[in-house]
Design a protein around this ligand. Structure first.
Ligand code: ZN
Length: 458
């Protein structure tokens, strides 16, 4: 699908570093636009940090370096000279930003410091790479904030999750918010909230994460501020990251056997017009189709008039692969009746729109498509969860019977590891927004009020 819809070209001669081709890049740019809009509106400033990080800075936070050691790229030479201090190609930007934050933050009046950037990050993936899902050069959004207290940092996490809710609405994507286990949290974090979505094969895909660092990074990087009483204190920090996996999820969650199904908010073209010409009416229909295009464009709708010299059926096929949400067909009879025929990509529903109310008519259908796509995706995610009382209910094989599982967990590491090891499955975490539960730990049988989620992951 990625190839047929021309989203990305993976023939570039480095495995896992793919070329963004125009159609895929356009979609990603819409996603980035929503991210920028939300971050700007909540008082974050966009920055752009260097790609290279000195090894000396990279190694300051012990857990962090342990977590990334095996998957970073190193620059060891500059020209013909071997470098005294090797340089890391950023896998994420904590260690690039925090030495600078230590210079920028002076007093409580500099706080909160809220920054973000949209850049490429690099990780040496050793598993099978897949476009948008597991790549070595990653298109990445990351926000980094500093606060004067743990509580203010916690308020930032809540704001991040509100931002997430609004972005995911545009993408019609459902998600779980799960507090990761201690052994799976981000290296160096106090805690991590994972953002996961379910793919059609019931494997989950992590789309991003939000982290509360407390002072875990500000101590080694010495990021301090002077409070009202002249006392020097370490800042509390948070980060929030999401990647091109959002696009991978869009393709997988909404697509069908005929191609992509794009949410109107990120579709490069929201509407495609296909004129249905006959020998006698070609000129009239073409002129009417052009008026249609101009009127929709003036109404703020992204529209493509497909006036290629080709059969309508073959045009339909092309735009279905590309996932254009709404197709308008205009023929001689439509013009006589002062209507245009429409076909929805998400449901194949067909009908007509009166030409006198073209723009509001199209808008209404695009809004309905967005609403229906979101509802359908959430319904699938909700139906993907199976609550289990015994781990024996998990099929051993990766069959169509596989699901996302919820179960009671006492919360101890031993039971967690025992569960993961015995069933070749990952505990995604416990609900960030508490879900009422009373039951028994699926491993040790102790009574518990904690529910955990587990799944096989992409
Ligand atoms: Zn237990």
């Amino acid at each position: 699908m990625v190839e047929r819809a021309a989203l990305s070209d993976k023939r570039y001669p480095i495995k896992g570093m793919n070329v963004w081709t125009p159609y895929g890049w356009k979609i990603m740019r819409f996603v980035d636009t929503y991210i920028r809009r939300e971050l700007d509106a909540t008082g974050h400033d966009e920055v752009c940090f260097p790609l290279l990080i000195p090894e000396t800075e990279f190694k300051k936070e012990k857990d962090h370096i342990k977590g990334f050691d095996s998957e970073v790229y190193w620059v060891t030479h500059a020209g013909l000279n071997e470098l005294d201090v090797r340089l890391v190609v950023r896998p994420t930007s904590e260690t690039a930003m925090y030495p600078m934050f230590a210079l920028w933050v002076r007093s409580h009046q500099d706080l909160p410091l809220k920054t973000y950037q949209i850049v490429n990050t690099f990780r040496y993936e050793t598993k099978q790479t897949r476009p948008f899902i597991r790549v070595r050069e990653i298109h990445f959004f990351e926000s980094h904030t500093c606060h004067d207290s743990e509580e203010d940092a916690q308020r930032q996490i809540e704001e991040d999750l509100e931002i997430l809710r609004r972005i995911m609405k545009e993408l019609c994507l459902p998600y779980f918010l799960l507090r990761r286990t201690e052994w799976d949290k981000f290296p160096g974090a106090h805690y991590t909230v994972g953002i996961d979505t379910v793919m059609p094969n019931y494997r989950t895909l992590q789309l991003g994460s939000v982290h509360h660092y407390r002072t875990n990074f500000s101590v080694p990087y010495d990021i301090t501020y002077e409070d009202e009483n002249g006392e020097h204190k370490h800042v509390h920090q948070t980060t929030y990251g999401m990647s091109e996996r959002l696009l991978g999820a869009l393709i997988s969650v909404h697509g069908d056997d005929d191609g992509l199904v794009l949410p109107p908010a990120v579709a490069p073209f929201q509407v495609v017009i296909v004129p249905i010409l006959s020998k006698k009416n070609a000129e009239v229909v073409t002129a009417a189709a052009e008026r249609l295009r101009d009127e929709l464009t003036a109404g703020g709708i992204r529209v493509k008039l497909d006036d290629r010299d080709d059969r309508p059926g073959s045009k339909f096929y092309d735009w279905e692969i590309k996932g254009v949400p709404l197709r308008l067909e205009l023929g001689g009879r439509d013009i006589e009746n002062n209507v245009v025929t429409f076909a929805r990509r998400d449901t194949s529903e067909k009908g007509t729109i009166g030409l006198e109310s073209l723009v509001p008519g199209v808008r209404l259908i695009l809004d309905t498509i967005m609403h229906d796509m979101e509802a359908k995706a959430w319904e699938f995610q909700n139906s993907s969860v199976r609550h289990i009382e015994s781990a024996d209910e998990i099929p051993k094989e990766d069959t169509a019977e596989q699901r996302v599982y919820s179960f009671g967990w006492c919360g101890c590491d031993e039971c967690g590891h025992a569960f993961e090891d015995a069933h070749d499955i990952k505990i995604l975490g416990t609900p960030y927004i508490p879900e009422e539960f009373e039951g028994k730990c699926i491993i040790c049988g102790k009574p518990t009020k904690t529910k955990a989620y587990a799944a096989r992951t992409m």
